[in-house]
Design a protein around this ligand. Structure first.
Ligand code: NAD
Length: 356
């Protein structure tokens, strides 16, 4: 039996997770999987219920799970909370608690959606890139950090920090991923300005000596942002730090036409993983049945593939997404002329039906 922990979270989180679970239930039935599915609290929902965004009960269940499926966290009603109690702290907490240091974010443009991209179809059609983002270090976790009084005014400060071993292990994930794909790895940094990036580049080059089959290149983050929108198909795998990866992966997401289509996996050294859509809790559309559940459904596919050893189930889900797009069904975020606009629930039902 395999244990899955489900953390719906806030905003559209519960809606999209609900649709993804309908798909998972049906796949489990079709593939004869033996799954135990538990549900837990995280983010603002956890704060509302028990006063903390990452409660002890969730921590215990997360450590025992083979894989975790998360919706999204956050919302305007939590913005006034002190930093340690904000929903995002729950997410940062679970990532660091489980040692989820590697974030894999594919950006694939489904041919059926080529016109949904803001870029010309010939620039993006057939796009298939993978961003490997370091997830537990960098300026998001570095010390010292804070806001303090200096010379009569408040000063805010954070520290970007990476150790050699942290860079080495994420570089290795990047090279290994490239080995399974087109064997091209682009390391993104800001080595012309930041010492932390200087070390990053040095260590990536050193690790690269172990992967002579992989063509390694380096790019400054500002150029990488430009190249991503100019000629995104030049990339196979990109590896980068936490904050650069945060920003670049959202840009890559937009290339595909919808943030509502993209899954992600965050893995630790043991193969356990946290699977979540790359988008946030979308409070602007929460509760209106407008949210696209496909990113979460594809996160389930990644979960089956990377943590549960169920490749067949993963493929079944991915094929169902293609089939539903072929049928012309679209949620509002990916709607285009001539297609049928559906809500999140109807999209979930269509995906379940397309699994057979
Ligand atoms: P967002 O990703 O929630 O939304 C950005 C835009 O994309 C919105 O217009 C939204 O309606 C749309 N969108 C997002 N997901 C969609 C989906 N599945 N289907 C259709 N449209 C979708 O980002 P934001 O608005 O900057 O942040 C909202 C909240 O989410 C904030 O509290 C933020 O902190 C939080 N957040 C959480 C995560 C996470 O849980 N991993 C990630 C990013 C932001």
């Amino acid at each position: 039996m395999q244990r899955i922990l489900v953390l719906p979270g806030d905003g559209i989180g519960p809606e999209i997770v609900n649709e993804a679970l309908k798909v998972l239930d049906r796949v489990a039935e079709l593939e004869g999987m033996d799954l135990e599915i538990d549900e837990g609290l995280i983010g603002g929902a956890a704060y509302d219920a028990v006063g903390h965004p990452y409660p002890e009960a969730t921590r215990v269940m997360a450590r025992e799970a083979d894989a975790i499926l998360l919706g999204a966290v956050g919302g305007p009603q939590y913005e006034a909370l002190e930093r340690e109690l904000r929903p995002e702290r729950g997410l940062l907490g679970i990532r660091s608690d489980l040692g989820l240091f590697a974030n894999l974010r594919p950006a694939i443009l489904y041919p059926q959606l080529a016109s949904a991209s803001t870029l010309r179809p010939e620039v993006v059609a057939g796009l298939d890139l993978l961003i490997v983002r370091e997830l537990t270090g960098d300026i998001y976790f570095g010390h010292p950090r804070g806001i303090e009084l200096r010379d009569g005014e408040r000063v805010g400060f954070n520290t970007a920090v990476y150790s050699e071993s942290e860079i080495e292990r994420i570089a290795r994930v990047g090279f290994e991923a490239a080995m399974k794909r087109d064997r091209r790895l682009c390391s993104v940094d800001k080595a012309n300005v930041l010492e932390v990036s200087e070390l990053w580049r040095e260590v990536v080059i050193r690790v690269g000596e172990e992967y002579p089959e992989v063509e390694l290149s380096h790019m400054y983050v500002d150029n990488a942002a430009m190249q991503l929108v100019r000629a995104p198909k030049q990339f196979d795998v990109m590896v980068t730090g936490n904050i650069f990866g945060d920003i670049l992966s959202d840009a890559a997401a937009m290339l595909t036409g919808s943030i509502g289509m993209l899954p992600s996996a965050s893995m630790n050294a043991t193969g356990a993983g946290l699977y979540e859509p790359i988008h946030g809790s979308a409070p602007d559309i929460a509760g209106q049945d407008k949210a696209n559940p496909i990113a979460t459904v594809l996160s389930v596919a990644m979960m089956l593939r990377h943590s549960l050893g169920q490749e067949e189930g993963a493929r079944r889900i991915e094929a169902a997404v293609g089939r539903v797009l072929d049928q012309g069904l679209r949620t509002a975020d990916i709607q285009s002329e001539g297609c049928t606009l559906v809500g999140g629930k109807a999209m979930g039902d269509a995906l379940v039906a397309a699994l057979n």
